[in-house]
Design a protein around this ligand. Structure first.
Ligand code: EPZ
Length: 417
């Protein structure tokens, strides 16, 4: 097993290039299943989750070539419609093959993902939506079996704006007969990119990025050719790295329209955000002011930035409150931050972060993807040495983060446990 070691206290400076967005690349890879032929996706990040998605595509019969950040997918000869448990349990986004396989082949068998560290994460809204499109859904032995002669358009209103549910249903509805309306749809930038990609394949989609999406089903789709948008969560993580170390970093690829909630909160902490030609420059304040946040769906403050922001509040000179409204168990980083000297009290879905004497380095353990990032950020600001173990969580969603941080002047490296 590997760990990451950080000797904190260095103000970071320089510029860093954000990689392609994990949460956009994954649905795009699975959208290629909607048609035969050869699709090409560029700016694909080098991540464990991408490798899992490639493994699943190959398991289904696709031929996949991944060279650098370019991925070629030939989905002419799909021989299986089953996403097995061993792959789905390592990456829940595998459930996104459900919509495409069902729409193209009339049949899909996908393992139920089960819970994960941050919550139960059911897919009931995905299944309810597919049933509305005419699919028959059966659950047996931990698998979802979905069948449909021909999906037909329907009006679907989501109980909550689910990102994966919106993606699955948008893909399935692209090949249904008639019109589908998704109400209370998710509005993330990754949804907008998926809709644009499906449209370039011949789908007819209006309203992506708003709460109501109209999809006019078509007979068939062409292969996909597109470039993945920059990862707004990776960008936000580097923006906080500048703020927490009192540094000055140009985050290349950061797009302000995708980060408005985070930007306004960082400005409240005293950081300066300066838009530049191809990114955002973040200049950390000598003293970090405390700021309250409450996560919510896009365009609200992203739940995927909550753990990282908590690390910043751990070094703030006052009391802040952090409420997590999207997932039921996304405070796993709190006890590790407490071991580094942070003064945090959890009260239900809210964490109260008070001024701590000092954040000092310690051996800590990563528990999930964004919690790992939070511990790295705290280590950058901490006195002396922090060692973060179980960094396989980190490698799921951050491409060579220790190399990118070292290039910004951080004293950070990876070694065997
Ligand atoms: C996507 O997960 C992201 N993953 C998550 O990023 C992100 O945290 C999440 O959206 C919210 O923004 C990918 O895009 C691959 P949801 P997803 O469906 O689609 C409940 C990361 O760190 N829900 O919007 O699974 C669910 O339990 C990951 O990169 C239902 O109840 O999120 C959760 O509480 C972590 N029933 C809430 O909705 C359903 O059928 C949001 O889930 C579906 C969801």
């Amino acid at each position: 097993m590997e760990k990451i070691v950080i000797k904190g206290g260095v103000p970071l400076s320089g510029e860093v290039q954000v990689s392609g967005a994990k949460n956009s690349a994954l649905p795009l890879l699975f959208a290629t299943l909607l048609t035969g032929g050869v699709s090409e996706i560029s700016n694909v990040p080098a991540l464990r989750d991408i490798n899992t998605a490639v493994k699943l595509l190959r398991e289904l019969g696709a031929e996949v070539a991944l060279e650098g950040d370019c991925c070629q997918i030939n989905t002419e000869k799909i021989q299986s419609i089953e996403a097995p448990y061993e792959l789905v349990k390592t990456m829940r986004a595998s459930v996104l093959v459900l919509g495409p396989l069902l729409a193209r082949f009339g049949h899909a068998r996908v393992s139920l993902p089960g819970g994960c560290a941050i919550g139960a994460r059911p897919i009931n809204l995905h299944l309810k939506g597919l049933e509305a499109l005419g699919a028959k859904i059966k659950l047996d032995h931990g698998y979802v079996e979905a069948t449909a002669d021909k999906l037909r358009g329907a009006k679907i209103s989501f109980d909550l704006p689910t990102v994966g549910g919106t993606e699955n249903l948008m893909m399935a509805a692209s090949l249904a007969s008639g019109e589908t309306v998704l109400e209370n749809a998710a509005r993330e930038p990754e949804i907008v990119q998926l809709a644009a990609a499906l449209t370039s394949m011949g789908a007819k989609i209006e309203g992506a990025g708003t709460a109501v999406i109209h999809i006019q089903g078509v007979e068939s789709l062409k292969p996909l050719a597109c470039r993945v948008i920059p990862d707004r969560i990776e960008a936000g993580t580097f923006m906080i790295a500048a703020a927490i170390t009192g540094g000055n970093i140009l985050v290349r690829g950061a797009i302000s329209e995708d980060q408005e909630a985070l930007i306004s909160k960082l400005i409240e902490t005293g950081a300066e955000i300066v838009p530049e030609a191809d990114g955002l420059r973040v200049i950390g304040a000598p003293k970090v002011a405390p700021v309250n946040i409450r996560t919510s769906v896009f365009p609200g403050f992203p739940t995927d930035m909550q753990a990282q922001f908590m690390a910043l509040m751990a070094v703030a000179d006052g009391t802040s409150s952090i409420s997590e409204t999207v997932f039921e168990n996304r405070f796993m980083h709190v006890c590790e931050l407490q071991r580094m000297g942070a003064d945090i009290q959890i009260d239900g879905h809210t964490a109260i972060v008070r001024v701590s004497r000092q954040i000092t380095g310690a051996p800590v353990m990563a528990t999930d993807l964004r919690a790992s990032a939070s511990l790295i950020l705290a280590g950058l600001a901490a006195e002396n040495t922090t060692e973060v173990s179980r960094i396989y969580h980190l490698d799921r969603g951050y491409e060579k983060i220790e190399k990118k941080l070292a290039a910004l002047g951080a004293n950070i490296w990876r070694e065997q446990e």
